[in-house]
Write a protein that binds this ligand. Structure first.
Ligand code: AMO
Length: 434
């Protein structure tokens, strides 16, 4: 529609054609109103029954809510209208009539279960506060991308159909690939590492990862968006600096560019970009602090992975984003380099929001022999990864990087109760469609 005007741009004194959805109609007798909604907002359309063509009034007031219509008419100031202006229609076209019964109420007056919302995402995203989440998500990804580019990283895209997994064998989704077994990739880990040895040196990727985890929890997805970074000639502490800069850039962009969306989510007053350096705790300090909270039934000992309740207790204690460093080597994956001074410690790190883990990263093992030993120690067959290991024989620089969970970043930023709220069409144990 070339001559369409967004409702937000309709100015008093103009004659415009607006197009969108029938948000509601209100018939007050001699006068009636229709509220038309588009992506920029809402506008009131006024029907003065005695002064207008009967057909026009009948069509305008008879059309079902959520139908798509176009209205042409004069715009006038009207302080009592929701946006201060209203249109007196000259013509009204019903472009796509909606059923009288809708599976959920986009005006938000009637609450719907999350599953009903996810089954009807089109209607769900007609709600301002739901649309706002995805506008913020787009802003976050844009800010992250800009920050990486500013840090001279090149955006890459790596295969999602692979021959081997990297993040634990039980979490792989097998598929059939021309009669051979293949898998959906769990992480671009090995590919991004291969690229630090290429002419690119420093790369990032924003793309899907697939995890066949059995958990059906509010913070796990079976298809998630991973924000990955990897760079040659940096160590894990420099990777942590980049990680911190990227997360801060995402918050700052939302604070600067998404006030309207934050208002729609009722977060405008409390939203704050993190300031100051994120504290860096060692794993040992972390377990001591968790134990000291007394919130766990059993005390944690060296070598334990941090249970969810432990992360929660520590997060409450720390109260801001923080890193956990110096993890025991034995609980970090084969590609993470051990500490040069103490090989029981790794260079792996996690970055945490007070409520959950957002990032894993570390310096990588770039020495061929150590890498092969690492595979064997984790019970993995190095031959299956030859495409990867052999490149370590042809000049692989020291390197480090991280993977940041995109949906967890948005979930924690907006205080969403369920990670599915941050995904248009989530994939979980029960949900494969839409
Ligand atoms: P890891 O497996 O810890 O590390 O994943 C990195 C981050 O990705 C997010 N994430 C998930 N989000 C939602 N649902 C899931 N099932 C899920 N799995 C992971 C989390 C997590 O912190 N290759 C390493 C990264 C690296 O070392 O560069 C990796 O994949 O926020």
């Amino acid at each position: 529609m070339r001559d369409r005007t967004y409702t937000a741009d309709a100015k008093p004194g103009e004659t415009v054609t607006v197009a969108g959805w029938v948000h509601e109609t209100r018939d007050l007798g001699g006068i009636a109103f229709l509220i038309l909604r588009d992506t920029t907002g809402k506008i009131q359309v006024k029907f003065e029954k005695d002064e207008m063509d009967d057909d026009l009034v009948e069509t305008g007031l008879g059309v079902h809510r959520e139908s798509v219509i176009a209205v042409t008419g004069d715009v006038a100031e009207e302080p009592r209208a929701p946006t201060g202006v209203e249109i007196t229609p000259e013509s009204l076209d019903v472009i796509a009539e909606a059923d009288a019964q809708l599976p959920l109420d986009p005006s938000g007056k009637v609450d719907a279960e999350l599953s009903t919302r996810l089954d009807n995402r089109t209607l769900d995203l007609r709600k301002e506060e739901v649309k706002a989440i995805f506008e913020i998500r787009a802003e976050v990804l844009n800010a992250v991308r800009n920050k990486f580019r500013e840090l001279t990283a090149t955006e890459i895209n790596t295969p999602k159909i692979v021959a081997t997994g990297t993040e634990g064998g039980t979490e792989l989704f097998p598929i059939t690939y021309f009669g051979k077994e293949a898998f959906m990739n769990q992480s671009p880990q090995l590919f991004k590492q291969l690229m630090v040895g290429s002419g690119l040196e420093r790369v990032f990727e924003i793309g899907p990862i697939f995890r066949a985890e059995e958990h059906n929890t509010p913070r796990h997805l079976n298809e998630a968006t991973s924000i990955d970074f990897e760079s040659a000639f940096i160590d894990h502490t420099e990777a942590m600096d980049v990680c911190e800069a990227v997360v801060k850039a995402a918050y700052e962009a939302v604070e600067e560019n998404c006030q309207e969306q934050l208002e729609a989510l009722d977060l405008a007053d409390e939203f704050e970009a993190p300031e100051g350096d994120f504290p860096r705790l060692t794993y040992e300090e972390a377990i001591q602090r968790i134990n000291a909270t007394g919130k766990l039934d059993e005390q944690l000992v060296w070598g334990d992975d941090l249970p969810t309740e432990g992360e929660k207790a520590l997060g409450e204690d720390v109260g801001e984003h923080y890193f956990i460093t110096d993890w025991p080597s034995e609980i970090k994956p084969f590609y993470i380099k051990d500490n040069d001074d103490d090989e029981t410690l790794s260079t792996g790190f996690d970055m945490m929001h007070p409520t959950m883990e957002l990032v894993s990263g570390g310096q990588r093992e770039h020495r061929y022999d150590n890498l092969i030993t690492g595979f064997e120690q984790q019970g993995l067959d190095p031959d299956a990864f030859e495409y990867y290991t052999k490149m370590f024989k042809y000049g692989m620089p020291p390197h480090a990087g991280f993977g940041l969970g995109g949906e967890r970043l948005i979930m924690t930023m907006l205080g969403l109760g369920n990670i599915r709220e941050a995904v248009l069409f989530p994939r979980d144990r029960q949900r494969l469609s839409p």
